[in-house]
Design a protein around this ligand. Sequence first.
Ligand code: LLP
Length: 463
Amino acid sequence: MSRSAHPAGPRHADVLPEGHYSAPPADLNVLDHKVWAQTVGRDEGGVLTVGGVSATRLAEEFGTPAYILDEADFRARARAWRTAFGADADVFYAGKAFLSRAVVRWLAEEGLNLDVCSGGELATALSAGMPAERIAFHGNNKSGDEIRRAVEAGVGRIVLDSFQEIVRVAHIAQSLGQRQKVQIRITVGVEAHTHEFIATAHEDQKFGIPLAGGQAAEAVRRALQLDGLELIGIHSHIGSQIFDMSGFEVAAHRVVRLLKDIRDEHGVELPEIDLGGGLGIAYTSDDDPREPHEIAKALTEIVTRECEGAGLRTPRISVEPGRAIVGPTAFTLYEVGTVKPLEGLRTYVSVDGGMSDNIRTALYDAEYSVALVSRTSSAEPMLTRVVGKHCESGDIVVKDAFLPGDLAPGDLIAVPATGAYCRSMASNYNHALRPPVVAVKDGEARVIVRRETEEDLLRLDVG
Ligand code: LLP
């Protein structure tokens, strides 16, 4: 992930500090579509536009900070995944990346299914009209109430994560006179090359039932015996922000081997496998993510080959991309409040948001890009750190980035690729008000999640 230090100095520094940055780009005004939403450009005055709407108009109309989401790009990415996997596979958008009712409607219209992992996500999906049979319900500790609501609604599948849950879901389904379709989530023992907090298939963590020691096979045995359950498949999710397909290859190999063992022991061929989400996106121009059609081709080939080898019919495949669909479609728009050059170090640029709207830098040491968007500039690049307004020195939005040397309070800057896990992980730290999500399309902008108000905060405070 890290890039090497570059000898080119920031305007205010004679000695370069240690950091994860490469050379300043040749032209800071260029907006690289690897990291920016597809309809982003600049108008003749140099102002960033997205979906035909300018950043200055968005800031005036909706305030800052704000998440600006390119609806056409979202729909195009969703469709690209759907088309790439075709009619013999299912694409479940992972709602944890970002979920709102508008997003649910777009997904339903584009033919995608939805993965939810809490009662709140389930309620959002159902209230926006996603047909229940197109919903998969996840989570490592679903409450009895959540399970009951999911079964009553008629969700297409519940993904079972523990031995206790196998029994819990079976009892609840039976008490409601239903037979619930389920998958069992297994951990295949793959070390995904990503941040430790978002790797999920090695054995020493909380998700799934380990293949090792025959535990997954035992879970299958128990699920097959229970009347309230219809076991339709095996689920594996190896982690998030992954570029290397080899982890999926090993996971598919191990899942298919389990399917073969199940066939040999029970005489049943489970009809589905789910390989989870986790495909990486570009946060900086140095990242090279794969296209959905390449991923679909690679995964389908792996599963087909493994099944042929094991003498099994190829099961229906499903995948659960979250970040890869919504991540690149949005940026966060901020106004610069202060610009503080620290001699010999770097220039600290404070914006009107911070770790409350993007915790990923503090939590995962994530890298982001940033650009001046209310104008262009031909000033020399300066090395900056973009920080928020919270009472914490770790409140960093972009650790190391070059911005024009004439950056000043009142300028608008934007951080691209913040569509996934930013609004959905936003907090009220320091009683910050969570920013709105504004969808833009064909010259129109509309709020799909409104900005929080102080009344919202005070309404919860009933002491
Ligand atoms: N399916 C399952 C079962 C998952 O647990 C996840 C993500 C996904 C699909 C979607 O993964 P994606 O395609 O979005 O990578 N907050 C972290 C990411 C946590 C991911 C949790 N599970 C981050 O900001 O990087």
